[in-house]
Design a protein around this ligand. Structure first.
Ligand SMILES: Cc1cc2nc3c(=O)[nH]c(=O)nc-3n(C[C@H](O)[C@H](O)[C@H](O)COP(=O)(O)OP(=O)(O)OC[C@H]3O[C@@H](n4cnc5c(N)ncnc54)[C@H](O)[C@@H]3O)c2cc1C
Length: 542
């Protein structure tokens, strides 16, 4: 049966009097993973997202489907092993938006190649048959051939060689959309721009949600046997809704940690390989990753007490990334070279009793808590492990009798919509990201009308038909939804994205009709895009 994605139909389904097996709060990687796993097991599922799918942390990752080399260095073998297994599932189920990628770790000291190479061999061994390619030691000349942007000589000395290993990368927001749409196609009801504003309780037990449509202000009550709180760094606000009126506020579960990425042109790091700096001056790893025709530099790990929807980078974080990149790249990037800056908040789980200040030391594993009221809260973890987290959440809910028991494993091999091998994600965005759905795209008006081409390569990136596809099939409601998450231009080149606000709004108006305020939506996007440029002020201190 074909399920409509028209908003009016979705809202009507939400209002219909019925009881769902499961209601999920939050349309990031975690919530969408839970919704898809549950519907794939035959449960009835509703999911609400207050903003847009992946508008929180899940569109702001480094975009690596990885086991986490640095967690291996910290001895967290179980976490790495699970993530390597999940990496394989993502690459198999969504090959149009997730692929393998080669990384080079340059060595300027003899010991570095031997030391890191041995660690990466262990990484290969842990991946076993799910490995993506064997780790190799490289001579200095081979390393420079593969990474023409890297310094042969510089502040770190003369390049002695390097190590090449393989991991995965993906388009995080498009993967989230595919999870949402695949769940919808299988009968789940997923709705963006719809906030959970209260929990429905009966005899001390959570039995559903009150939701509010962000577009109309209308409310609806959604009854469900089980409610999962997957609100990312915002889980504590939902846990607060679960409090008896006179009960004291609970200690927060999440200690948010901010991570900044800078995007520069591909010319700073030509070639299809990524760079991994294994140890920055503050003891972290730093990546320079080719992604959709540009180079992503990042990231940082800075504790942050507020939970801003659009956190601003700290000036020190930008200076740090540019300085570290400049130690390795032959053409050191400057502030003026930065095309986009974006900031995400990691939902790290606070150790109870800790002050959460040193976020680098906090657990990267996820946590599931089932309250006495039955509210299931899940947070932490990584994008890569979203599917394993979903299985864990459903297992806990079934064990508590909140859901009927159904066997796990339904999503290990479950191709997402459009799944078909695509071109490398290091290349500029385009039709290849639609996989087998490209035929659907071509059937829409404006398939050959290009609104934006990648400036460096001339590659056509955004067409009128893609905007129509975003509205008709991908639940886009605002200019931001299109230019930030269906097409990733905001994250690639904020100034170029701002210039497209009006033409995109006009096409959306044709699709959405007179209720859509095109001018206001375009204006809001232009203001947002200013914050993704380096001209806007940064916070001055941590
Ligand atoms: C800088 C950085 C780099 C990272 N890099 C990687 C990486 O390379 N690889 C990797 O595997 N992981 C990476 N991660 C981790 C990964 O991005 C996160 O673990 C993951 O995205 C968290 O997803 P989530 O669904 O829990 O949270 P979110 O994506 O934030 O989703 C929660 C959603 O809940 C919604 N919400 C909140 N309150 C309500 C409400 N009342 N009603 C309805 N909806 C609500 C929010 O709007 C939000 O969309 C990175 C994280 C950061 C910050």
């Amino acid at each position: 049966m074909q399920h409509s994605t028209a908003r009016a139909d979705l809202w009507a389904r939400l209002q219909a009097p019925r009881e769902w097996d499961l209601a999920v709060i939050g349309g990031g990687a975690t919530g969408l993973g839970v919704a898809l796993d549950a519907v794939a097991r035959g449960l009835s599922v509703v999911l609400v997202e207050s903003h847009d799918f992946a508008a929180g942390t899940s569109s702001r990752a480094t975009k690596l489907a990885h086991g986490g080399v640095r967690y291996l260095a910290q001895g967290d073998v179980g976490l790495v092993h699970e993530a390597l297994h999940e990496r394989a599932a993502i690459l198999a189920n969504a090959p149009h938006v997730a692929q393998r990628l080669a990384f080079v770790m340059p060595g300027y000291q003899w010991w570095e190649n031997a030391f890191y190479g041995a660690g990466l061999k262990a990484y290969d061994a842990l991946a076993g048959r799910q490995g993506l390619g064997a780790t190799e030691w490289l001579s200095a000349s081979r390393a420079l051939q593969l990474m023409p942007g890297v310094r042969g000589h510089g502040p770190l000395g003369t390049l002695k060689g390097g190590v090449r290993y393989w991991d995965g990368q993906f388009d995080d927001a498009r993967l989230a959309l595919l999870l949402a749409r695949t769940a919808l196609a299988r009968g789940a009801l997923v709705l963006n721009h719809c906030e959970a504003v209260a929990l429905l309780r009966e005899k001390g037990q959570v039995r559903g949600l009150r939701v509010q449509d962000a577009e109309t202000g209308q409310h609806a009550d959604v009854r469900a046997h089980c409610v999962v709180n997957a609100a990312g760094v915002w889980v504590d606000a939902v846990r607060d809704m679960d409090r008896e009126a006179d009960a004291p506020t609970r200690a927060p579960l999440v200690a948010p940690s901010q991570g900044v990425h800078l995007v520069v042109d591909r010319s700073f790091m030509p070639g299809g390989h990524a760079l991994l700096v294994p140890r920055t001056v503050d003891g972290r790893v730093l990546f320079a990753v080719p992604w959709l025709g540009k180079t992503i530099l990042g990231t940082t790990d800075t504790p942050r007490a507020d939970l801003a929807r659009e956190p601003a980078p700290f000036a020190e974080e930008i200076a740090f990334i540019l300085r570290e990149a400049g130690r390795y790249l032959a053409r050191a990037p400057q502030r003026a070279d930065v095309r986009s800056v974006w900031v995400g908040l990691r939902p790290l789980v606070k150790q109870q009793g800790g002050d959460g200040h040193d976020t680098k030391a906090l657990s990267r594993e996820h946590t599931v808590i089932v309250a006495r009221s039955g509210l299931v809260t899940v947070t932490g973890g990584k994008w890569t492990t979203y599917r394993a987290m979903a299985e864990d959440v459903l297992d806990r809910a079934m064990t508590r009798g909140l859901l009927p028991r159904r066997p796990a494993g339904a999503t290990v091999r479950l191709p997402l919509l459009g799944a078909a091998p695509g071109r490398p994600l290091s290349e500029p965005p385009g039709e290849h990201l639609y996989g087998s759905e490209a035929a659907l795209l071509h059937a829409l008006p404006g398939a050959a009308h290009w609104l934006w081409r990648d400036a460096e390569s001339g590659h056509p990136g955004l067409s009128e038909a893609m905007v129509r596809f975003a509205v008709r099939h991908e639940l886009a409601r605002q200019v931001e939804d299109v230019l930030a998450r269906r097409c990733r231009l905001l994250f690639l080149d904020a100034a170029a994205a701002a210039q497209l606000a009006e033409p995109v709004a006009q096409i959306m108006a044709e699709e959405l009709g007179p209720d859509f305020d095109a001018a206001a939506s375009a204006q809001r996007f232009v203001a947002l895009a200013q914050g993704y440029g380096l001209a806007s002020p940064t916070s001055s201190s941590t």
